[in-house]
Design a protein around this ligand. Structure first.
Ligand SMILES: NC(=O)c1ccc[n+]([C@@H]2O[C@H](COP(=O)([O-])OP(=O)(O)OC[C@H]3O[C@@H](n4cnc5c(N)ncnc54)[C@H](OP(=O)(O)O)[C@@H]3O)[C@@H](O)[C@H]2O)c1
Length: 329
């Protein structure tokens, strides 16, 4: 009996945190993987996928250019499309709201339109966000929680969410949104709070820095491990019926708790090194979004495998190693 031909996956934003874990997972499952990036490779931008480059194609693509998007989708002829590329920071979306809208909602339209025209049988998942719930009246949040974003980033992700729903209903596209709660890893960008803390703990322990300035220490997040969330998105596309699903751990922790754990791992008391600066608070903080991921568990058999203490330890250990080896990113 002959093996089934390998599936082809197109992953936008493959150089990002989630893109790197997803590419790893898809390659392990025998897929041909093509990733997109706004720019060509080299000059240190490949640090998350350097170990995959011999098995992965990375093509430059401006997701804001409909003709270019359609050309790539036609050429790659994907079975599965993972739309991860985004202006992914809530804080900068307050400064550049139009960038968030065009990068997050506009790119989703261009990609779905291309899939509809030249690869209509492909299955597609859009990386949505718990930020679409903004300041909800219900905890934890599930698939039927009203969408009520409270930041330009949240609005852009809400627009992409409704557009995906619209393409599913109007054009029978196999597209679903993964409503992702915060997920972290040693590959998280250094501007995100968890990575700021793990990196600072390592640098302060090594005597390179002395203090870390943060915004609201009481802010709470439902933090999981990015590798688990990449697996959830893959499982979503193995379903016959596309369904929007909430993906998260169901447990929240404060930024203060993250600091406490991270600094304790390097033998330090965070209170001697972490300074809270009110000028860094967000204009509106979504305070405490917590996932009710029961439907994902039921339909996908998915559950998060890495708990909070192990996640913090993984990140601090990686940053200690980076500081030790001089490969700090
Ligand atoms: N991580 C989380 O906690 C979380 C939670 C909820 C939702 N999400 C969503 O999940 C997806 C993956 O997140 P991630 O953590 O992997 O993000 P990430 O590390 O920031 O990666 C996103 C990638 O998108 C590309 N990108 C950045 N700005 C862009 C722009 N203005 N226009 C087009 N592309 C841009 C970048 O790749 P190039 O520079 O190579 O083009 C970047 O590597 C994103 O859609 C994010 O919004 C993430």
């Amino acid at each position: 009996m002959r093996d089934a031909p390998a599936k082809t996956a197109l992953v936008t934003g493959v150089r990002g945190q989630d893109g790197s874990y997803l590419a790893e997972l898809l390659l392990a499952h025998g897929y041909r993987v093509v990733g997109t990036s706004r720019r060509g490779g080299g000059d240190g931008r490949d640090w998350r996928i350097a170990h995959l480059l011999s098995r992965l194609d990375v093509v430059p693509l401006d997701l804001g250019d409909p003709a270019a998007v359609q050309e790539v989708v036609a050429r790659v002829a994907p079975d599965e499309v993972y739309h991860l590329a985004a202006a992914s920071r809530v804080d900068t979306s307050w400064e550049r709201p139009m960038e968030a809208l065009s990068a997050n909602a506009g790119s989703t339209v261009n990609l779905m339109e291309a899939v509809r025209r030249v690869a209509p049988a492909a299955r597609m998942v859009v990386a949505s966000s718990c930020e679409i719930f903004g300041r909800p009246e219900r905890w934890p949040q599930a698939e039927d929680t009203p969408v009520r974003p409270a930041s330009p980033y949240g609005v852009s992700k809400a627009a992409a969410f409704w557009l995906a729903s619209n393409y599913r209903e109007s054009h029978a596209l196999h597209v679903a949104s993964a409503i992702l709660y915060n997920h972290e890893s040693p590959r998280r960008g250094p501007a995100f709070v968890t990575r700021k803390i793990s990196r600072a703990a390592a640098r302060i322990a090594a005597g390179v820095d002395r203090t870390l300035t943060l915004g609201n220490l009481e802010g709470r997040r439902d933090w999981g491990f990015a590798g688990d969330y990449a697996e959830a998105m893959w499982r979503m596309l193995q379903q016959e019926r596309p369904r929007d699903l909430v993906i998260g751990t169901g447990v929240s922790h404060s930024v203060r708790e993250y600091c406490e754990h991270a600094f304790a791992l390097v033998g330090l008391d965070y209170r001697e090194h972490v300074v809270a600066d009110a000028s860094l608070f967000r204009p509106v903080d979504t305070t405490s979004l917590v996932a009710d991921a029961r439907l994902a568990r039921e339909l996908l058999g998915w559950r998060p495998r890495v708990a909070f203490p192990a996640l913090v330890e993984m990140m601090v250990t990686a940053d200690l190693e980076r500081v030790r080896s001089g490969a700090d990113v």
